[in-house]
Ligand binder design. Structure first.
Ligand SMILES: [Zn+2]
Length: 469
């Protein structure tokens, strides 16, 4: 199976490549190798080397408006960079901003079958920490900018690039960019290299490409039961651990109200035929009647759709009691919620408190929620994405996508800037889904296609709608 796949990758890669594109693929590969081999892990202090390297590529190409922002020692001394390519022929349109992150999750050589920070190409794959998340995004954007400069491209609007240095940890870069470094009134929307992308089945069939327009909101809560306690030889009728356990059982059985928005409606419409007949029928029923909660429950139970139909909350941590021979005076659980976009945090808190009330368990948010609305499905962005991806994968399914997790894009959405996760890289599902994990990798062909994709997207969206090659 694997051999067949690699053979088909090789053949397709040879057929699809033109002469000049090949040269830029090689340039991108060199930049990829150098970037992967700088371990930009929190606490290792190597962001400076990464930033200096990228600056050294861009400045000789004439992209000289580069600001490196220091985050300060409290955040491991990491850095983020803002790159500007001003409009050569201003059309009056606001800027677009391109997002990617330079930092990567730690990787220990002992956990890998190879050195995570030594770049390698093997059997149709590039290996190394960050090959999928998200050095390939940084490299695709950088290579696209270099190529467009070399080809004499004249942007009709300002192009801004934000490469952050802490997306995997505290996301201070994105927050500061939104609150201090950038004037958001000059920006129309963001294109995010840390979301979107395609999935291929082991058979070599492409499932589809997702354009991410929405993400759920993260919020944790503490559930705390308290009790006067006492000697365990004389149990009281009430007990903090039992109170908490009863509450968590009610939470487990609770179903939040199913909800649909423009993104998830488009998503379910596009993926319905990939599902089992039962789930497919439930999707049809739910799309016809949003209030059909029973249909939504069937969809939510499908492993691929977990979290897609509503807010979900789940217990993630537990503590309690203070001695083997004492009645517990306190028992506490952490419950992590992922709110469906548009959910009122106060309403969710009230709903959780109602679940906890019968057992006298107190519910408090850990941090204030930072909700964000879904970005509208802009026709120009969706059309450009569709046209770009279908150059490599004719007629492939394009799916609007809501992430159940979060990226730097969240901060822009919260601030009212629409964000589109438009990666065109892809991998074989589930074997290539190794972000944050062992032996992270990306198909060579996906990496090269993604360079061509970002070149196309920038040319089309920052070039007055000009059709790219
Ligand atoms: Zn990422």
């Amino acid at each position: 199976m694997r051999l067949i796949l690699f053979t088909s990758l090789l053949l397709a890669s040879t057929a699809a490549s033109a002469q000049t594109a090949d040269e830029w693929h090689q340039r991108g590969r060199e930049i990829f190798e150098a970037s992967i081999e700088i371990p930009t892990v929190q606490g290792r202090g190597q962001m400076d080397e990464m930033v200096t390297y990228l600056r050294g590529l861009l400045e000789p190409a004439g992209i000289t408006d580069i600001t490196v922002h220091d985050h300060g020692a409290d955040y491991g001394g990491t850095q983020s960079m803002v790159i500007r390519w001003p409009a050569a022929e201003p059309s009056g349109e606001k800027a677009i901003i391109l997002l990617a992150h330079m930092d990567v999750v730690e990787a220990l050589p002992a956990d890998w079958s190879r050195d995570p920070f030594t770049f390698a190409e093997e059997e149709g794959y590039f290996y190394g920490r960050g090959t999928s998340d998200d050095k390939q995004g940084v490299v695709a954007i950088t290579t696209a900018l270099l190529r467009l400069r070399a080809e004499g491209f004249r942007p009709t609007r300002d192009i801004i690039v934000l490469f952050t240095g802490d997306e995997e940890t505290v996301q201070e870069g994105a927050e500061l960019a939104v609150t201090r470094w950038l004037d958001l009134s000059t920006i129309e929307y963001a294109l995010n290299a840390d979301a979107g992308g395609g999935a291929m089945l082991p058979s070599g069939q492409m499932v589809g490409f997702g354009i991410q327009t929405s993400e759920k909101t993260y919020q944790s809560f503490t559930f705390t039961a308290t009790n006067p306690g006492g000697h365990s030889s004389r149990p009281r009728p009430d007990n903090a651990i039992y109170d908490l356990a009863d509450t968590l059982t009610r939470l487990e059985n609770h179903r939040f109200e199913p909800r649909l928005n423009e993104t998830t409606r488009g998503y379910f419409t596009a993926v319905a035929d990939l599902q089992t007949p039962e789930v497919r029928a439930a999707i049809a029923r739910w799309l016809a009647d949003e209030n059909d909660g029973e249909a939504a429950d069937i969809i939510e139970a499908a492993p691929t759709e977990t979290g897609m139909t509503r807010t979900r909350c789940v217990a993630t941590r537990l503590e309690g009691g203070h001695a083997d021979n004492a009645l517990p005076q306190m028992a506490r659980a952490t419950v992590n919620c992922r709110m469906f976009p548009g959910t009122d945090p106060a309403a969710l808190l009230a709903e959780l408190r109602a679940i906890a009330a019968p057992s006298n368990v107190a519910v408090e948010p850990v941090l204030p929620a930072r909700p964000s609305d879904p970005s509208p499905l802009r026709e120009d962005v969706v059309d450009a994405y569709t046209d770009s991806v279908r150059r490599f994968h004719p007629d492939v399914r394009i799916v609007p996508n809501m992430s159940t997790g979060a990226t730097d894009g969240l901060f822009f959405r919260q601030a009212g800037v629409p964000v589109y996760g438009i990666e065109a890289s892809w991998g074989v599902t589930p074997t290539d889904e190794r972000a944050h994990g062992r032996d992270e990798r990306i198909p060579v062909r996906a990496f090269y296609e993604n360079i061509d994709h970002w070149t196309y997207m920038i040319r089309r969206l920052a070039g007055g709608g000009e059709e790219a090659q």
